[in-house]
Design a protein. Structure first.
Length: 172
């Protein structure tokens, strides 16, 4: 019998899949309760942007199976709206995870990632290769999260925009 904490774990897996591709240290910190991102201005801005892009969408945010939140689910597609495509690979894998999760529930959909500032929509679909890789990714997420301490910080071009920047690189 799954517990409430199991449900919570599944609900945030989409974010973890995204962070896995951004930075494994970020994944570890987020998974261990340092969730600065949830209250950031970026999240609020993303929600606002989404309402502008899909003003007529019947369901703007959907909680599926009481576990995961997805911006919009239509008869055809699951859509995510992102502020920029800087983390495009991470965005893609996050949507692959939603598609894969829905598939386990018998719901087949395509994925769309909207980058309104760039006037562009990226379409994604599951393939057998992606399903196999996703299972490996989910297993590796478990491995990273269960490490006794976070992976070392490695400075990347996008670190300054990360909510954990001061935590990783402050000299104090
Ligand atoms: S600041 Fe850089 S190293 Fe630190 S968590 Fe963010 S992306 Fe990872």
């Amino acid at each position: 019998m799954p517990s409430l904490s199991d449900f919570e774990n599944v609900r945030i897996t989409g974010v973890k899949v995204n962070y896995y591709f951004v930075c494994k240290r970020k994944l570890w910190l987020f998974s261990h309760g340092l969730a600065f991102e949830s209250s950031s201005e970026k999240v609020a801005l993303g929600k606002l942007l989404h309402e502008v892009v899909y003003p007529s969408a019947r369901k703007r945010e959907v909680l599926i199976d009481n576990l995961i939140r997805i911006d919009v689910v239509s008869r055809r597609a699951v859509r995510e709206t992102k502020l920029s495509s800087k983390m495009e690979e991470a965005d893609r894998w996050q949507v692959y995870y939603y598609l894969f999760y829905l598939e386990q529930l018998g719901i087949k959909r395509e994925g769309e990632i909207a980058y309104p500032k760039e006037k562009r929509v990226e379409r994604v679909r599951l393939t057998d290769e992606i399903r196999e890789k996703l299972i490996e990714v989910l297993e590796d997420i478990e491995r990273v999260v269960s490490l006794p301490k976070p992976p070392e910080a490695e400075k990347r071009s996008y670190c300054r925009a990360c909510a954990y920047y001061d935590f990783c690189f402050s000299e104090d």
